[in-house]
Ligand binder design. Structure first.
Ligand code: SF4
Length: 378
């Protein structure tokens, strides 16, 4: 869903502030695309994730049309009864009772809500405009409608944010009774307003030590409330992990629809054109224009799988390593195991059941361990 109220200053996702009301045209095109790909989907679907942009900015009448299609094409409304997970990213300002009921009747059983901070001052620094108290209201509305699972996104290391303020944000999120919290350090992506303001000297970025203290406080506080760090930046109670994101990180198959959406199926990777104008152009078979298509490549698939799998607390299953490494070269597995054993001797990796995973200390230096593995594969 490419539409947003306005552009948050840190954001490098594809989204536009739509001044021409192209929502109807967008949904027409999206329905077309979904129809074209429906035959590729397994039934019943395990998960659907509607992200953005700001999906809850879409008009409710258009949501109804879209949910009807998702039901007809994929049986979405039955997903909760079939144990599926259907998540919609939700902006606190647009989560009305009526929209939440519409989403629930279409099968949505989880919302992911972009709180970012519960301090208005820090939201202002991010140019993120919502009333922090509306986060709680949105979660209550979702629950009243029968959407029982909620995840809260938070950002730390915001310029001017203290360690205690960050702890308050975490406690606030916990008080909402959510079973899933994602915590991201503020990053300064190229071509964002935040990065331009930083280079103009409008503020100083958070000190590295403070950022490390904030992350340590995150792990400690959330663990003491039963939320386990199951991925580098994601914390959940057992059984409340985001199954859709787990599918990405385990490099399973997923379809993608909408501008800038990326799919992965049987080793193929592709990305839809990131411009709404391009996306709206019809194509003979209804599929979207693709800007990047990578055909199956055993080396790339192995590296992607290692990169995302080692960021998961569950790690990488040895069986999967054996199969994937053998497709690259007969000695690849031995070289990777050499790096993992080296990391083990430094306390960064450990065998666990039939898998290898990074330890807590290892997750803190995951990029370095993964870079060593990449070098070994090459
Ligand atoms: S609401 Fe989300 S997608 Fe939209 S501009 Fe803000 S961060 Fe980006």
């Amino acid at each position: 869903m490419p539409f947003c109220f306005h552009k948050c200053h840190y954001c490098d996702f594809y989204s536009i502030v739509d001044t021409q009301d192209r929502q109807t045209a967008f949904v027409d095109r999206l329905r077309n695309e979904l129809q074209a790909m429906a035959h590729l989907a397994a039934r019943p679907l395990d998960t659907i994730f509607v992200g953005g942009g700001t999906p809850t900015l879409l008009r409710e009448d258009l949501w109804k049309v879209l949910l009807d299609d998702l039901q007809q094409l994929f049986g979405a409304a039955q997903m909760p009864a079939n144990g599926g997970e259907f998540t919609v990213e939700c902006n606190p300002e647009t989560a009305t009772d009526s929209l939440m009921r519409t989403l629930a009747s279409g099968g949505v059983n989880r919302i992911s809500i972009g709180a970012q901070s519960f301090h208005a001052r820090h939201l202002a620094t991010l140019e993120r405009w919502h009333d922090p108290s509306n986060v709680e209201r949105a979660i209550e509305r979702a629950r009243r409608a029968g959407i029982t699972r909620a995840s809260v996104d938070l950002i730390f290391a915001i310029p001017g944010q203290t360690l205690e303020e960050w702890r308050e944000d975490l406690r606030h999120a916990l008080r909402l009774g959510t079973d899933h919290i994602s915590c991201y350090a503020l990053t300064y992506e190229p071509n964002t307003a935040m990065t331009a303001r930083l280079s103009r000297g409008e503020f100083a970025r958070a000190d590295e030590d403070l950022e490390a203290d904030m992350f340590a406080a995150t792990c400690e506080l959330l663990a003491s409330h039963g939320l386990v760090r199951y991925e580098v930046s994601n914390f959940a109670r057992a059984g409340e992990e985001c199954r859709h994101n787990l599918a990405y990180w385990r490099q399973e198959d997923w379809l993608a629809a909408g501008p800038s959406a990326s799919g992965h199926l049987r080793g193929h990777r592709w990305k839809n054109s990131p411009r709404l104008d391009d996306y709206l152009q019809p194509t003979p078979d209804g599929t979207a224009r693709v800007v990047d298509h990578e055909p199956p490549d055993p080396r790339r698939e192995l590296l992607d799988w290692l990169m995302t799998g080692l960021r998961l607390r569950e790690g990488i299953p040895l069986e999967g390593l054996e199969t994937r490494a053998a497709r690259v070269d007969p000695l690849a597995q031995a070289r990777i195991m050499g790096v993992l054993r080296g990391a083990q001797s430094r306390g960064f990796a450990e065998p666990s059941g039939g898998a290898w995973r990074l330890t807590e200390a290892g997750l803190a230096v995951a990029d370095a361990v993964i870079a060593d593995i990449f070098a070994a594969v090459d």
